[in-house]
Design a protein around this ligand. Structure first.
Ligand code: FAD
Length: 243
């Protein structure tokens, strides 16, 4: 695949803001997935320009400190001053435990986004790969892509967490159970012709493997790829860009 002559990821910085927000709605959207909507007047000027932005979600950790975790602004509305985050629930962790118990009226602090990496919409194709933690970003991207776009999603999640993937774009989707299958499906993909962009997010080890397959086997150039570790087995609050 040739490097782009005209398409480039654009980095935009935002003024860092902290907002105290209150839960207005909690919806169980999957077996291990909770959608939480927050409201506060300070969200009137909330800005999130890219589907893979993140906010710092801050809640008391029980020992007088604040636990800080990264979450995707899944949806926001500056008119109604609302922000929705979708939490993948897992074994144990400050944020996951908080989300499992979240009720309207609960409060939290949200910082950022600090910046956005804007990936052009007009690639010939888009590949979106990830585990449950990447689903909010993938679902947001799918809603934002135009009808002219061609998108392939490869997602690993428990069966009860196969959230709806809806997009105006032409969508090809693969659901798998675990990271080995995720890598196997990507490896077996025949990527469409033309210039594309590959995006991936999930557990650190899986994402390292994904980056290697995309680069070495699929010849996706570095500048047409963004792969991030959204968490790491055995480590709290891990975030790393791998490309
Ligand atoms: C840019 C970015 C955007 C993200 N967006 C989202 C999002 O929209 N929704 C979302 O659910 N997550 C998202 N994540 C992932 C989320 O930040 C991590 O899963 C985070 O570690 C969860 O915090 P915690 O307090 O629940 O667990 P932690 O205290 O951080 O970790 C406790 C233990 O749980 C393990 N662990 C952490 N996450 C998982 C998991 N998902 N599955 C299994 N074990 C886990 C850790 O390895 C550790 O051993 C995002 C991460 C990044 C970097």
């Amino acid at each position: 695949m040739e490097a782009s002559k005209h398409r480039a990821v654009q980095r935009v910085r935002h003024e860092l803001r902290r907002r105290e927000v209150v839960v207005t709605e909690v919806t169980q959207v999957g077996a291990n997935f909770v959608s939480v909507t927050f409201r506060d007047d300070s969200l009137a000027d909330f800005v999130s320009l890219s589907f893979d932005d993140h906010v710092k979600f801050m809640i008391p950790d029980g020992s007088g400190e604040l636990a800080r975790r990264d979450y995707t602004p899944r949806r926001y509305d500056t008119q109604s001053r609302e922000l929705t985050i979708e939490f993948a629930l897992h074994g144990e962790g400050a944020a996951s435990d908080w989300a499992r118990r979240a009720r309207p009226g609960d409060s939290a602090t949200i910082g950022g986004p600090r910046g956005s990496m804007i990936i052009p919409l007009d690639y010939d194709w888009h590949l979106l790969v990830g585990d449950a933690t990447a689903l909010p970003a993938i679902r947001r991207r799918l809603e934002e892509l135009p009808a002219s776009a061609q998108v392939i999603v490869v997602a690993a999640a428990a069966e009860g967490d196969h959230l709806e993937l809806a997009s105006p774009a032409k969508l090809q989707q693969y659901w798998v159970a675990d990271e080995d299958e995720l890598i196997a499906v990507v490896r077996a993909l025949a990527l469409p012709a033309g210039e594309g962009f590959a995006w991936g997010a999930g557990e650190a080890g899986a994402m390292r493997r994904l980056r290697d397959v995309l680069g070495a086997e699929k010849a996706v150039p570095k500048e047409a790829m963004r792969v991030s570790a959204y968490w790491k087995k055995g480590v709290a609050d891990h975030h790393e860009n791998l490309d």
